[in-house]
Design a protein around this ligand. Structure first.
Ligand code: G3P
Length: 498
């Protein structure tokens, strides 16, 4: 039997999963990660805790699976993206906590870049909009604010990395400093056309090139782990940012294939093949995970800030339910939302609306409204936001001469909610397809590792291996769905008046 080990280092936890050759889960180990909030709008992680937690889960999952390191053919890594780590090359010690992707501290620097007219240049080179979300301005903040960091960087003593780089550095005992194209494309410093760090962008942000890791395709031999960690060296054969890894794990390898991951937020990605296709609807262009023999591959990306988090709010804010699992039963206790619409714009609205000042809004309340209607509206809001994103993506695809998205593949925790998935299909008018394995983020990393080490011949083999668990077919007429989307848009307009 051939086994692959995926390390999935996410925002809220570190997980390790062993897969068999057919992509079935053999064992999972997970460890929560401490969230550090030094001040409003700032979010940090301790890089040493990330490493220790990830190593502990990797060892634990082998024990749970009853396997030795010698049973593992290769290791893949997938990770929360954009989160920025800066460390000392000699000691291996971080010079500061990691600045997490959600952290907004670099916004003043981004505002300056926008005022200086850099939007077009950055979008053309990186596919991104100027935003504090990405690593580049976080790294600049560290160089400007950590005492001695800039001087040390200029002497070549420091290394920058996204979480994948940091883990590989640790896994190799400080010998290898690398990243992959999908992670590099989230830094706002990487040219997604040439697949190289962009000298002009590095100069613009005053970042020494010596800090940067070597960038490789997502499926290749990155390094071997230090022999002491698992009892024998393991080849690291695949690396990708978590959303691109999920796109790969969903076997979305061709233009027009799309996936949505329903987590705390939702991340919707559509593969655009070899075409760098800028969006006219505020979506991002990003490098898709790719093998060494592929030409540059791209995806369009949009995210919903508050997805499953709306269920947490029902539980912790509104106290309408005791546990998240109760939401489906409560929502199903009424036939529909009774005209109630919820726009969970708790932190503003992202693509395609981009309104930072929007705030959460509930409309359509009557004397007959119950907490069940609100729960249903909350659940439906996840589908409305995702539908608005997918429709924007389809508009971009059609404008570029392609076809609208024909089906949506789904994964992530909230994808188990049948009511939500059915409503999603009804709104979109296309099948919503849930695969057998919804741990597709980790599966993508395992597949990338398996491809570079000869477990799989090509991506065609992975497409055949992708198995449907349930296909939700649309049941609503297109007119009715159109009316519902129009009501949603009206509610969004009210949320943006707040
Ligand atoms: O861009 C941020 C994303 O990579 C985080 O994903 O699943 O760790 O919340 P997750």
């Amino acid at each position: 039997m051939t086994y692959l080990l995926a390390l999935d280092q996410g925002t809220s936890s570190s997980r390790s999963i062993v897969f068999d050759h057919e992509g079935r889960i053999v064992a999972i180990a997970q460890k929560e990660l401490t969230q550090i909030y030094p001040q409003p709008g700032w979010v940090e992680h301790d890089p040493m805790e990330i490493w220790a937690g990830q190593l502990a889960t990797a060892r634990e999952v082998l024990a749970k699976a009853g396997l030795e390191a010698s049973d593992i053919h290769a290791l893949g890594i997938t990770n929360q993206r954009e989160t920025t780590v800066l460390w000392n090359r000699r000691t291996g010690q971080p010079v500061h906590h990691a600045i997490v992707w959600q952290d907004r501290r670099a916004e003043p620097l981004c505002a300056r870049l926008r005022e200086d007219g850099m939007t077009g240049l950055i979008q053309q080179k990186t596919g991104l909009v100027i935003d504090a979300y990405f690593s580049g301005t976080k790294l600049r903040w560290l160089l400007d604010n950590v005492p001695g960091a800039r001087a040390a960087a200029e002497r070549g003593e420091l290394a920058f990395g996204t979480v994948d780089s940091w883990l590989i550095w640790q896994l190799t005992g400080g010998k290898v400093h690398v990243s992959d194209v999908s992670n590099a494309s989230r830094t706002m410093l990487f040219n997604v056309h040439t697949h190289a760090w962009d000298a002009e962008l590095l100069a613009l942000l005053d970042i020494p090139a010596s800090l940067m890791p070597e960038v490789k395709p997502s499926s290749t031999h990155f390094a071997d782990t230090d022999a002491g960690l698992f009892g024998r060296p393991l080849p690291i054969g695949g690396v990708a940012g978590d959303q691109q890894s999920a796109l790969f794990g969903q076997a979305c390898f061709e233009a027009g294939m799309a996936k949505n991951t329903y987590g705390t937020g939702c991340f919707l990605l559509m593969h655009t093949g070899g075409a760098f296709q800028p969006s006219h609807n505020g979506l991002l262009v990003t490098s898709a995970a790719q093998t060494a023999d592929m030409p540059p591959q791209y995806a369009m990306e949009g995210s919903v800030f508050v997805g499953g988090a709306v269920v947490q709010w029902l539980r912790d804010g509104l106290k309408a339910i005791q546990g998240s699992a109760q939401v489906q039963a409560l929502a199903e206790s009424v036939p529909d939302a009774g005209g109630v619409m919820m726009v969970p714009a708790f932190t503003g609205l992202g693509a395609p609306y981009w309104n930072a000042d929007a705030r959460g809004t509930i409309t359509g309340l009557t004397r007959g409204t119950t907490v069940a209607h609100i729960a249903r509206a909350a659940l439906e809001s996840i589908a409305y936001q995702s539908a608005a994103l997918l429709q924007a993506m389809s508009r971009d695809a059609v404008a570029a001469g392609g076809a609208p998205v024909a089906e949506l593949r789904v994964d992530g925790g909230a994808a188990v909610n049948d009511l939500l998935m059915q409503f999603q299909a009804d709104l979109l008018g296309i099948p919503v397809v849930r695969p057998e394995v919804i741990e597709t983020t980790a599966l993508g990393a395992a597949y990338l590792a398996g491809l570079s080490t000869g477990v799989y011949r090509d991506v065609g083999e992975l497409s055949k291996q992708w198995r449907v668990e349930r296909r939700f077919m649309p049941t609503l007429s297109r007119d009715k769905a159109g009316e519902k989307m129009a009501q949603w848009e009206l509610a969004v307009r009210r949320a943006t008046l707040a």
